[in-house]
Design a protein around this ligand. Structure first.
Ligand SMILES: [Zn+2]
Length: 311
């Protein structure tokens, strides 16, 4: 072997080994889009409890354990640390020492790490990840929470993450609501991948979720929706959407770029729907379901009464 080639070969070998550990994916280029994700090691993206899914409301089962959540730090404007362009999405880093989620049928307390968004292309091309009876919303917001007793390095347990999903529905207003006008005003400061801007004391997570009844949600077990698609997520998808005006939604797909400002804007950063594979989606028992149950019970009691009276 040519001795001069050895350093070159070593460098190649090292770069191969290193790149195997990194997770390089994209949404819109053939060489790295979702069709290639199952080849990214470790191979979770072709698993059997993947996300997102279409929620078929007729198949949702009632679960009385899906009680109200307890949200800590969601009304505190010091918990949003900075807003980042990741090249795949817009991510807001949270202070996980101050923010957490418990209750809501979760078995543990989960610390809130970050939230980010998925969108289509302008408000005309929807981009939520989950759908309900085939309906796709304009955008989806994911608040990512990690179980307090789990370290990220060992986050391979089936309930290590609790992600809260919120649909964003487009309205014909402009500049509304104020909290979203405030949040989206920072997008122009992070046009390139890796750009980051401090947004402490500007707004609260609660203010971004106004109009959502957080006691009404769907629950199922799924995965991260980006590689390496680990099947470690307890999913909560809230039924009510956050209503945001079209002009603000449009800013996501015409302000932040996938890399430099010479590269395309980030658009359609949502994963295709995944197979349910026998999983069950649950939700709170509806009042109509309990009324129906009560009617049945009364009818049965009456039948018994008549039956025994006849004897
Ligand atoms: Zn997400």
């Amino acid at each position: 072997m040519n001795v001069q080639l050895v350093p070159f070969l070593m460098a190649c070998l090292l770069s191969t080994v290193c790149s195997e550990g990194s997770v390089d994916f994209c949404y819109n280029f053939p060489e790295c889009n979702a069709t290639t994700w199952p080849t990214i090691a470790p191979h979770h993206c072709n698993g059997t409890r993947q996300s997102p899914i279409n929620i078929v409301t007729a198949d949702v089962k009632a679960d009385g354990n899906l009680t109200a959540f307890s949200f800590t730090g969601f009304n505190d404007n010091s918990t949003l640390l900075n807003i980042q362009n990741t090249g795949k999405s817009v991510k807001i880093l949270l202070d996980d020492q101050k923010m957490s989620v418990s209750g809501g049928g979760l078995q543990n307390t989960y610390n809130s790490k970050e939230f980010h968004f998925h969108w289509g292309n302008g408000s005309s091309f929807s981009g939520s990840e989950h759908t309900v009876d085939g309906r796709q919303y304009a955008m989806e917001m994911h608040i990512v929470n990690i179980r307090a007793d789990v370290s990220v390095a060992s986050a391979d347990e089936s309930t290590a993450y609790a992600v809260l999903g919120f649909f964003i529905e487009a309205t014909n207003d402009s500049g509304k609501p104020e909290s979203w006008k405030n949040l989206t005003s920072f997008l122009s400061t992070i046009p390139k991948e890796g750009d980051s801007r401090d947004i402490m004391y500007q707004l609260t997570v609660d203010s971004l979720l106004q109009g959502v009844d957080r006691t009404k949600y769907y629950r199922y077990l799924g995965s991260l929706t980006t590689p390496t698609c680990n099947e470690i997520v307890v999913w909560t998808v809230f039924k009510d959407p956050v209503k945001v005006s079209k002009d603000l939604i449009d800013l996501f797909s015409n302000t932040v770029h996938i890399n430099t400002t010479a590269d395309p804007f980030i658009t359609n950063n949502h994963r295709v729907l995944q197979a349910l594979n026998g999983r069950v989606v649950t939700s709170q028992p509806t009042s109509s379901a309990s009324t129906h149950h009560l009617t049945l019970s009364i009818s049965t009691a009456l039948l018994y009464y008549v039956f025994f009276w006849c004897l």
